[in-house]
Design a protein around this ligand. Structure first.
Ligand code: SF4
Length: 286
């Protein structure tokens, strides 16, 4: 596989086809906020909340000066609200330990609350133009197809896959940062999970999966994540109720918002343990 050629072609394609996403024209903090929001939420649903967030808290210091509850309330319907708490904690750490500036090394980024390997690499690459292995689902799928000749990668990255991704990384920082963004964009827009548009793909001539005649996925079946009736949905319902009730919600009313009483009790207790909701004289508040 001529990796350098693939990188060059994908980077060229990106220059012409990149989406004009607002965080791509933003500050390192704007990139960091977008990475937290995009962790489990698609781009289209992140655009509005990201704009509002950046208008309200344009710097880490602005967010750090607020109570965590304000961050959870502003998180709105993005889902997985623990991310809002972690982002708030990260803002406090940046304000206190980094003079309000988003750190510029992987090590310092990894030490921030809520920042794992992927998010640290993404911030380093997208915000600071650094060289790091960014391995999200879009990039993993693209590499599995182009080089591995497989429809999908394994359920989670293996050590061997990390090494492979490292081998793809161009030496030069700027090209490596461009490759991280361009390969992710190609995976998101062209080499999609269900219906790849190979006729529009800049590396179709080099793609091993295409050359092999698109063999079907052989691993365990890929299950879409269930949502209806889950604890996650139940927690979302209760949290939404509290979020929209500035005067507080009686505990009993919150439990009645969900049909399965024992599930509602379990989920409410989880929200209290996670400090996403607090109990104050029989009322639930953020
Ligand atoms: S040729 Fe098709 S399957 Fe291969 S990388 Fe391009 S879009 Fe994906």
């Amino acid at each position: 596989m001529d990796r350098q050629r693939v990188v060059w072609l994908v980077n060229q394609w990106f220059e012409q086809n990149r989406r004009d996403l607002p965080w791509r024209r933003s500050t390192p903090w704007g990139v960091m906020v977008s990475e937290f929001m995009l962790q489990q939420t698609p781009v289209a649903r992140v655009l509005g909340p990201w704009q509002e967030w950046m208008e309200r808290w344009p710097t880490p210091d602005d967010l750090a000066a607020e109570e965590p509850g304000a961050a959870v309330a502003a998180w709105g319907r993005l889902g997985y609200p623990r991310r809002a708490q972690r982002l708030h904690r990260a803002a406090v750490a940046i304000a206190q330990e980094h003079q309000g500036q988003v750190p510029t090394t992987l090590e310092e980024l990894r030490a921030l609350p809520g920042v794992g390997q992927y998010t640290a690499a993404a911030i380093l690459s997208f915000a600071h133009g650094g060289r790091a292995v960014v391995l999200d689902t879009n990039i993993r799928r693209l590499l599995a197809r182009v080089e591995g000749g497989q429809q999908f990668p394994s359920a989670s990255p293996t050590v061997a896959e990390w090494r492979e991704a490292e081998a793809w990384l161009p030496e030069d920082e700027a090209t490596a940062a461009l490759w991280a963004a361009s390969s992710m964009e190609l995976g998101a827009l062209v080499c999609t999970a269900r219906s790849p548009r190979c006729e529009d793909c800049p590396v179709s001539e080099l793609c091993a999966w295409r050359a092999a005649g698109y063999p079907a996925h052989e691993g365990p079946p890929r299950k879409p994540q269930a949502w209806h009736g889950t604890d996650r949905q139940c927690r979302g319902v209760i949290l939404d109720l509290v979020r929209h009730s500035p005067d507080g919600v009686p505990v009993e009313l919150a439990l009645e918002a969900w049909t399965d009483r024992s599930q509602a009790e379990r989920c409410l207790s989880g929200l209290l343990d996670d400090e996403l909701v607090r109990r104050d004289a029989g009322l639930l508040r953020l």
